[in-house]
Ligand binder design. Structure first.
Ligand SMILES: [Zn+2]
Ligand SMILES: [Zn+2]
Length: 146
């Protein structure tokens, strides 16, 4: 087998379109562009908002809201700096926008297909806030944002 040239691989990822949405289906989206910095997060906000010890994030350059509910409802976790989007009907967490990050954050669990190798977390943010019984993901990259 021949290795695929890197340029071709990158081009294929650029063109890839993924779909996702909330549990009830009112919030739907398409995501375009390569998956950027897939990571888990165990910060206070993710734990409280997610109702879970850890959330799983990835960034995309372009998100188009396609469902009947339009955009998610945004809750500003840091007013003017960061907000998280959820479905007002079913409560599913789907997205995040941070003013210092160019991509739109997507909860990987909102994607219809979460099996991609490029979605495997490469970093565990705020792991010092993790519950003690949950092992960390294998970190292969430093934080992009500190
Ligand atoms: Zn919903
Ligand atoms: Zn977090």
């Amino acid at each position: 087998m021949n290795a695929t040239p890197a340029a071709d691989t990158q081009g294929a990822k650029e063109a890839e379109v993924r779909t996702g949405g909330c549990l009830c289906g009112r919030i739907r989206f398409t995501a375009q562009g390569p998956a950027v910095f897939p990571h888990t997060c165990e910060c206070d906000h993710c734990q409280k908002l997610g109702g879970t010890p850890v959330m799983w994030w990835v960034g995309f350059k372009t998100i188009t809201w396609t469902g009947e509910g339009g955009e998610p409802t945004w809750y500003e976790t840091f007013p003017g700096e960061a907000k998280r989007g959820f479905c007002p009907t079913c409560g599913s967490r789907v997205a995040a926008i941070d003013s210092d990050i160019p991509e739109i954050g997507i909860n990987v669990t909102a994607l219809n297909d979460t099996s991609g190798e490029d979605l495997v977390p490469i970093h565990a943010s705020f792991h010092d806030n993790a519950v003690r019984w949950l092992p960390s993901v294998a970190q292969t990259a430093p934080s992009a944002t500190g």
